[in-house]
Design a protein around this ligand. Structure first.
Ligand SMILES: N[C@@H](CCC[C@H](N)C(=O)O)C(=O)O
Length: 267
């Protein structure tokens, strides 16, 4: 049993996770560690925990645990950071990497400057289960639900500053229509290729950014005739560019990946 785990804190547009190479530091109960380590006052502080491992069907694998210990299928911002991690820690010299996730294999293209990964484009695959819905009850919202591997509920509003996300977020996350809970995005159209978005993440609460949420928002905007196929999603912690390719039907997400620090923690 390894007593000390080496980890790296990284963020993608402010969406921050603890990254562990589990080929060197196996973690027995990641659900429990995600809860313990994500706490800001008594742990490392993060939106969750991401495990980087080997794969029989791709170059690497990624597992993601939210701050409440629940396991998610996919993490857009996290996948970019995994690309940076495996390249900069010398686990690969490839600049195109395949990554096994619970939502299928994703392809990462690394943009390198002076041997550092500055940004990554991820082929996020095809958005699924796109449905315009009308919520009832306390929040009679006209929204769009979309799966990017994980579930999202996107609502466009005139003025995003009018949304009390810490109140609506948890209620919509557990709205009865979503037995598996949902991620919740509110978005305001700035112009044909710019959207301001804020997110309440299932299992983590308000975060500064959500990659799969940015993809879902861009898809919902296009489906509702509000933008073209390519747009910038401006979140609290940074911006990502989303393109919904017409030919392939795939979503391409490009954005930053940033290392914060390396650390060591008792297992
Ligand atoms: N922040 C992520 C998504 C993380 C998982 C999400 N909270 C869920 O439970 O579905 C991203 O960047 O995509």
């Amino acid at each position: 049993m390894i007593n000390k785990i080496k980890f790296t804190k990284m963020h993608g547009a402010g969406n921050d996770y603890i990254y562990v190479d589990v080929t060197k530091y196996p973690i027995v109960a990641p659900e429990r560690k995600a809860i313990e380590w994500s706490k800001y006052h008594t742990g490392i502080g993060s939106d969750g925990l991401i495990l980087i491992g080997t794969s029989e069907i791709a170059d690497f694998s990624m597992r993601i645990f939210n701050a409440d210990g629940s396991e998610a299928m996919m993490c857009g911002n996290g996948s970019r950071c995994v690309g940076k991690y495996v390249y900069e820690y010398g686990l690969t010299h490839q600049t195109e990497i395949t990554l096994e996730t619970l939502a299928g294999i994703k392809v990462l293209k690394l943009n390198i400057e002076n041997s550092k990964v500055t940004s990554v484009t991820v082929d996020m695959g095809t958005p699924l289960e796109i449905e315009r819905i009308r919520l009832e009850g306390k929040y009679p919202l006209q929204s769009t639900r979309i799966s990017m591997g994980n579930p999202h509920l996107v609502t466009f509003v005139e003025d995003i500053t009018s949304i009390n996300l810490s109140e609506t977020g948890p209620e919509l996350e557990r709205y009865p229509l979503f037995p598996d809970r949902t991620n919740v995005e509110f978005a305001q159209i700035i112009d044909k290729d710019k959207i301001r978005m804020r997110v309440w993440e299932r299992g983590s609460g308000i975060t500064q950014a959500c990659g799969t949420g940015a993809c879902a928002t861009a898809v919902a905007a296009f489906e509702n005739g509000l933008t073209g196929r390519k747009c910038d999603i401006i979140m609290d912690g940074g911006t990502v560019t989303i393109e919904w390719e017409q030919a392939s039907g795939h979503i391409l997400m490009t954005g930053p990946a940033t290392k914060v620090f390396d650390g060591e923690i008792e297992n």
